[in-house]
Ligand binder design. Structure first.
Ligand code: ZN
Length: 268
């Protein structure tokens, strides 16, 4: 297997970047947010106001990290570039379990994309996972047109109440929603949406093509990167898909990912 095609920055450089993202110009106590801190070693600090020790990782989702910084960098690079966990484990010289655990952590710490979709949208539902293994779940999705902003949620069923609730939560009133002719969408005009349908059975796929494209991207990504995803991990996988589909720039490198996901310690 080839090594990843870039050089890993030194531990010192990575830490300097993380320090900058987490604290800005000066280390800040995560508890009382004061800058009056004493550095005890390269990673450890003590707040001189509240006397509490803290570290470079204790204020963020990196807390408790036992990996070296270059190892984290390698795992994250592999995740960003859609390497399978096995390949990441090999690249970072860690166990498969460690690679999988960290992939989970990367996904879970992507912020939820927020804001309602507007104007012109396209909605549909899809099945993920195999029914035989009891791992099948239904996902409701909506995409804004033209554009790439999507919202994907696991739903318990495709009843009218559930799908209408999903649309009300994620789409602005007065927007146009294209759907197929599923009966659960039949009354959405009553909720204040404009509505137009395609009939899949008559091979009219024109209006719902954008959301079909999201489904094929999500399923392709699932097969290629994870082979399969357990139902309990599906919500975090869908969050990853939202980001990969809507704002894939954050996966350019570990730094762009960390910039989006590490919350700076607020200033007082
Ligand atoms: Zn403090």
């Amino acid at each position: 297997m080839k090594n990843i095609p870039f050089s890993v920055p030194s531990e010192k450089i990575i830490k300097a970047r993380i320090r900058q993202l987490t604290f800005g110009s000066r280390p800040r106590c995560p508890r009382c947010q004061r800058v009056s801190t004493v550095r005890r070693s390269e990673n450890r600090y003590r707040c001189s106001s509240c006397r509490r020790p803290f570290s470079l990782t204790s204020a963020s989702w990196l807390t408790g990290m036992k990996l070296s910084w270059p190892t984290l960098w390698r795992l994250l690079w592999c995740f960003c570039h859609k390497y399978q966990p096995q390949q990441a484990a090999w690249q970072a010289r860690v166990s498969l379990k460690t690679a999988r655990d960290w992939y989970g952590r990367f996904r879970r710490n992507l912020p939820q994309r927020t804001g309602k979709l507007d104007f012109l949208t396209c909605a549909d539902e899809a099945y993920f996972g195999k029914r035989k293994s009891g791992n099948q779940r239904i996902v409701a999705g909506v995409i804004e047109l033209p554009g790439k902003e999507v919202r994907l949620r696991v739903v318990p069923n495709v009843s009218q109440d559930i799908l209408e609730g999903f649309l009300v939560k994620h789409v602005e009133r007065d927007s146009m929603i294209y759907t197929d002719s599923h009966k659960s969408y039949q009354s959405i005009e009553w909720l204040g949406f404009a509505h137009d349908t395609d009939n899949h059975e008559q091979n009219q796929l024109k209006k719902t093509v954008p959301i079909e494209r999201v489904w094929s991207f999500a399923k392709w990504h699932m097969r290629r990167m994870y082979h399969h995803v357990w139902a309990k991990n599906l919500p975090e996988f869908l969050c990853e898909i939202e980001w990969r589909f809507s704002q894939s720039e954050i996966f350019k490198n570990p730094l762009t990912f960390l910039t989006e996901t590490l919350m700076p310690v607020p200033s007082r």
